[in-house]
Design a binder for this molecule. Sequence first.
Ligand SMILES: C[S@@+](CC[C@H](N)C(=O)[O-])C[C@H]1O[C@@H](n2cnc3c(N)ncnc32)[C@H](O)[C@@H]1O
Length: 292
Amino acid sequence: MTSPISCVTLIYPQSIAEQALILIQALQQLIVEAKLPLSIEAVASEQKLTQKIRKQLSQQYQQPLLVIDDKQQLTLLTNGVSVSPEWNSLQRRVVSAGRKSELLLQATKLTASSRVLDATAGFGHDSLILASSGAQLTLLERNPLMVLLLKYEQQMMAKQPNWQKLMARLHIVCAESTEYMQPAPTACDLQAQTISHAFDVIYLDPMFPESSYAHSSKGAKVGKHMQALHQIAEPPSLKEEQALLSLALSFVAPGGRVVVKRPIQAPVFASQAANESWQNDVVRFDAYFTYL
Ligand SMILES: C[S@@+](CC[C@H](N)C(=O)[O-])C[C@H]1O[C@@H](n2cnc3c(N)ncnc32)[C@H](O)[C@@H]1O
C-alpha cells in the first residue's frame, strides 16, 4: 500500500539562501532515493531562527516543521521543541561502548558478525550503540520525517573519516515494522524468505507513556528528544505490543533474541514475561529468546 504524500514546510534563514538551496536539493534527492512519501515546501525566514522565533513558527504552523540553520543542521521543530539526531554528541559513548558500560550491549550480546534489526529507530541513538559492536544494523522507522532526518544525519556524518565505517553499517528503511516482519506469503516467495530469519537480534523501543520521561535522571537531552517524538508518535496499545512481539519472535533467526526497552517501572511488554532482564535505575532491557 502506498502512503499519501505529505507536504512538510522547511524553514531556512534568508541569510543562507544559496547554501540552503543546495541542502534542499540534497534532501529532495534523499526523498526520491528512499521513496519517502514527502514533499518539501521551502520558506525563507527574514529573521534569525532563535528559540523564540522557532516557538512562534511552531505556533503559527501547528504542525511539525523542518529547520535548516547556518551550520547545515537539519532540525525537527514540533510544538516549540527543536531537535535533531545529533549523532556527534554520542561519540564518546560509541567509542567506549562495551558490555561493561552499555546495558543494551549486555542484553543483545552482539558480535561483529551479528545482524540486527532496530524495528523502532527513532533518532537512531540506540542503533549507534548497537552498531558500535561492529554489527550490521537495519533501522526501521515508519515516520517519513524521521527517516529523512536519519538519512540526512547519516550522510553528514559519513563525511567525517572516523565515522565512515560505522555509517556504512547502518541501513535505514522507511517501513512499518509490523508489515516488514510479515512472514513470507508463500513458500515460493524467495525474496521474503531471504529477509525473514536474516536477523540475529531484533530490538524494540516503542514509545513509552509520556509520564515515564518526566523524572528521567538522564538529563534534559533525553527528555527533549522523547518530548519531540511524543508530538508525532503514539505509544502502542496492548494489541499492537502483542502483534509487534509475536512478529519479531517469528521473524528473528532461530536461536536469536528479541530485546525490548522499557522504563524501569513499566509492566512487561505485551504482557509477556521475558527470559532475562538487565536494568539500571532508569531503564530495563527485557530479552526474549528463541531456540534452534
Ligand atoms: C521511542 S522511539 C525510539 C528511540 C530510539 N531507540 C533512539 O534511540 O532514538 C520510537 C520510534 O519508533 C517508531 N515506531 C514506533 N512503532 C513503529 C512501528 N511499528 N514501525 C516502525 N516504526 C515505529 C516511532 O515513529 C518512533 O520514532
